[in-house]
Design a protein around this ligand. Structure first.
Ligand SMILES: NC(=O)c1ccc[n+]([C@@H]2O[C@H](COP(=O)([O-])OP(=O)(O)OC[C@H]3O[C@@H](n4cnc5c(N)ncnc54)[C@H](O)[C@@H]3O)[C@@H](O)[C@H]2O)c1
Ligand SMILES: N[C@@H](CCO)C(=O)O
Ligand code: NA
Length: 435
């Protein structure tokens, strides 16, 4: 039986589990691939550092380049842009197939790396980079290759889903739940990339590029995080039959001139409590896909963690290795069209707006006039009144849901309502999906 040499770069949470599985399951993997996968070495910064898994000391090296030079398959699990980017390029130049879970690298340089791999005739796979263990990139790139994907909506960050879910089930405030997420080890000590939406935005760029066979620059992803979501927003969403989720959304839309465009965005979103994505709790991930012929599909599972993520890395490794056994050059990318990314103002969505207004005759009419002037249609309206603390009269809390409309018109409506002297505050503006 042929032997394929595997070089592993990085031996942290994920890398140590990948090494363990390659060693423990060597017989099964060989049977599935039709060749032995020999772990040739593991490049790390400190070969003597303690590891999660019990791995032979002689596998460790600090010389990543030497390891890559003799490898058939390189698995990059260091993370970060450098030296990971240089090492992946080096692996491609040596003709090695590459597996990576590095979403930051792919979001920043995925187009270049795919082009390099295509030129060199080598395979590049990164299932672990989006939604961890969940098979989502291969289904999009292969199982749905004969269909047209129209929209993808994903819960692709476990930390933020854990926080929003806990706020929804306990009524707790954002800050308290974030502290709990850090205590449980879900959120990083510096949770900015998670709660700011940037981790989800990197994954949204990867999902959009594969779904629409185009290139998506990370800078084209509109990104809003969850730091401003309050316990009041969550309670208001519940009352109206919604739950708030941080969604990564990629959809194909007509641009202003009638041509095709794509909208790629990450923002807190209200979804109906009966929508399949509403039932994704804790740190779990899920991706909801709509395709012209397949209709609606949902993929659910663990989006992070050493073992779950290693499962995706091994899946890629077996698939690449099988192709190496068969031989021949495969098509490694399908980024064959350029579809412009639309600015957020050109997307279509609906808004759920919370505001405080004076409880006086004509107030509702003035607000409604502004909606009408911008061509925005109101779908639902709820009003409750309560006395103002200083005894100056009553205040009305209004919750207004709109029909779908152009984002620019919705934003202009809110901006004008904020200026009304009878409106004390616009307390929340959230987009709605899945209606
Ligand atoms: N942990 C997860 O749940 C998860 C999920 C999906 C994707 N990923 C991705 O997988 C990759 C690895 O994640 P992780 O959680 O295992 O990270 P980690 O920080 O636990 O491990 C990184 C490893 O790379 C090594 N390393 C870093 N820089 C190095 C250098 N210059 N030279 C040699 N070794 C170096 C570190 O020593 C460490 O062994 C990242 O790209 C991450 O985004 C992780
Ligand atoms: N920080 C990420 C890890 C997986 O990419 C999350 O919370 O989902
Ligand atoms: Na995945």
């Amino acid at each position: 039986m042929k032997t394929l040499k595997v070089a592993l770069l990085g031996c942290g949470n994920v890398g140590s589990q990948v090494a363990r599985i390659l060693l423990e399951d060597a017989e099964d993997l060989a049977a599935r691939v039709g060749a032995r996968l020999k772990l040739a070495g593991i490049a790390v910064r400190n070969p003597d550092a303690p590891r999660e898994a019990d791995l032979p000391r002689e596998l460790f090296t600090t010389d990543a380049e030497a390891l890559i030079a003799s490898a058939d398959i390189v698995i990059e699990l260091m993370g970060g842009l450098e030296p990971a980017g240089t090492l992946v390029r080096s692996a491609i130049a040596h003709g090695a197939a590459v597996v990576t879970g590095n979403k930051a690298l792919l979001a920043a340089q995925g187009h270049d790396l795919s082009a390099l791999a295509e030129e060199a005739g080598v395979q590049l796979s990164y299932e672990a980079a989006v939604a961890g263990a969940i098979p989502i990139l291969r289904p999009i790139a292969e199982s749905l290759a004969g269909d047209h994907i129209t929209k993808v909506m994903g819960i692709v960050n476990g930390t933020t889903n854990f926080i929003l879910d806990a706020m929804d089930t306990t009524g707790a405030a954002f800050g308290d739940v974030l502290a709990e997420a850090q205590r449980l080890g879900y959120a990083e000590a510096d949770p900015t990339a998670d709660v700011g939406g940037h981790d989800a935005a990197a994954k949204a760029a990867i999902l959009a590029a594969l779904s629409f066979h185009t290139t998506v620059d990370a800078a084209d992803v509109h990104c809003e995080g969850i730091t401003s979501i309050t316990a009041d927003d969550v309670a208001a969403a519940q009352e109206a039959g919604y739950v708030i989720k941080l969604l990564a959304i990629a959809e194909r839309l007509p641009a202003a001139d009638g041509s095709d465009g794509i909208s790629v965005r990450v923002h807190p979103t209200l979804i109906p409590r009966l929508h399949p994505l509403a039932s994704v709790h804790g740190a779990f991930n899920a991706v909801f896909v709509e395709a012209e012929n397949a209709g609606q599909l949902m993929f659910y599972g663990q989006g992070a963690g050493g073992r779950p993520t290693a499962s995706a890395v091994l899946g890629d490794t077996v698939a690449l290795a099988r192709r190496l056994v068969i031989g021949g050059r495969g098509r490694t990318r399908s980024h064959d069209v350029t579809i412009p990314a639309l600015p957020i103002a050109q997307t279509t969505t609906s808004y759920y707006i919370g505001l405080e207004a004076k409880d006086q005759p004509g107030v509702l009419a003035r607000i409604a006039q502004i909606f009408a002037a911008h061509g925005v249609s109101i779908e639902t309206m709820r009003q409750t009144t309560h006395p103002v603390a200083d005894g100056s009269g009553d205040s009305a809390t209004l919750r207004i849901g709109t029909h779908r409309g152009p984002e620019a018109a919705l934003a202009a409506t809110v901006a004008e309502i904020e200026q009304l002297d009878v409106v004390t505050a616009v307390t929340s503006v959230l987009r709605v999906e899945g209606n």
